[in-house]
Each structure stands twice: as C-alpha cells, then as structure tokens.
Design a protein around this ligand. Sequence first.
Ligand code: ADP
Ligand code: MG
Length: 246
Amino acid sequence: MENKIILEAKNIVKEFNGVPALSDGNLVCRSGKITGLLGANGSGKSTISKCITGVYHKNSGTITYLGKDVNFKNPMDAKKAGIAMAFQNLSLLPDLTVWQNIVMGFEKKKGFFLDDSNAKHTAAKILEDFVPGFDYSRKVSELSPSEMQIVEVAKAISQEPKMLILDEPTAALEQSQVEILFKYMRMLADRGVGMVFTSHRMWEVMDICDDIIVFKNGEVVGRLDFDKDEKDADVIIQMITGEKKI
Ligand code: ADP
Ligand code: MG
C-alpha cells in the first residue's frame, strides 16, 4: 500500500495569554500508518492535536490536509472534512445517552458525510466488542470511566474518518481492552486510515505505532520511523528526557 501523506502540520505555534504551549509543533500523518506522539505531561501533544481539529486556533504555522492548507474553525468542520478526534478529556455530554452522544452532530441526510444509521451500526459493533451486552440507552453519567473512554473512541471511529486522532484513549482501559482497541486501530490502518495515537505508556506506543514523534517543552525533539529505525526503548527515553536529539 502506498502510504500517502494525509496531513502535515509544520512549525505550529500556539500561545495562551502570551505563553507558548507549542513553540514548534510538527507532525506528519500517513494513510495506513499509526503515528505515536510521546513526551512528558505538558509537552504539547494535546495542543497540536487540538490545533489540527480546530479546538484551538494556532498563532502561526501551516496545516496541510489532502494537499490543501486548512484552518478548521471547530471540531465539527474537521469532522466534516474527515478528521475525527477522541479527546483526552472526553467530549461526551453526561446527561445524554450513549446513542445520543454517538449520533450527535451527524447529518441525517444520507450522502452528506455520513448518515447516523451507519454511525450507529459501526458504534454498536465497537461497543459490543469491548463490552458484550453494552446498554446504549444509559446516560453517559452512569457509565464507568473505562466505558466512557470506550464511547469516546467509538464515537470518533463511527465517523469513518480518513484521519483519526486518539489522545490518550487507553488511560482508563484495562489491558484486555487496550488489546481490542489496538486490533481496531490496525484494522482501520489496513483500510488506509491515518492515525495519531498518544499514550503516556511508552510500551503501548512502541507496540502499535509505525513511527513516533517526540515532544518536549512544546517542540519536536525526535522522530523514529520503525520501518527504518530500531525500536530501542533507551533511545526513546533519552529523546523524551532531552538527552538526545535526532
Ligand atoms: P500534553 O498533552 O503533552 O500533556 P498539552 O498540550 O496539554 O500537553 O499542554 C502543553 C502546555 O500548554 C502545558 O503547559 C499546558 O499547561 C498548556 N495549555 C494547554 N491547554 C491550555 C489552555 N487551554 N490554557 C492555558 N494553557 C494551556
Ligand atoms: Mg495531553
């Protein structure tokens, strides 16, 4: 499979009240590849993802998606264009049911970007795989933390994106659930979806990702492409802690 570049973010700067959260954010997402973002807490991983999906508006830098410069106004615009994100802090509305959350924002009209019956079907299959007998009529506020996380991920995947950003999707999951998620991720990659995956567990990133980008203090300090580079945990730790720049 040809792994075309889907999205490229270059030299992204994002400041909050004059303080840079991201001073040089860079990321390339390729069709069929899972790109891992690594870096200490506060290094800018969520910020670059949110700049891409229009949650935050970058101060400078460029984002090219499918060959065109883009500046999404909000996550809905990004979603319509085919970029879905599962948020670290979850984007679910607690007083709505699982179903309502899954189909929220979907146009009913078929042929627009996705009709909600399709989304429901996809989401149902995912939820059932993670939790057999999952009850979709429950309010999100009644779910356990791991169930909420699964719904957040199922919501993003059900949008059938070309690019999927999963920001710390495993934080509340058990090991067996992480394995189910990884199977989904690989299946989507095999269908040509490009993915960005963030986790603070380095072994997860080493396990599932095809390449990694390491952030430190708001900038990229290292990259490894496992097609060419060795999967060496020591090298990755050195990049995260800043002892090594590649
Ligand atoms: P990571 O995801 O790598 O843990 P973040 O991207 O969340 O890091 O944060 C990077 C930096 O930006 C941190 O110093 C954080 O405090 C700051 N930051 C992120 N979001 C905001 C915000 N909405 N307002 C102010 N500062 C923020
Ligand atoms: Mg984060």
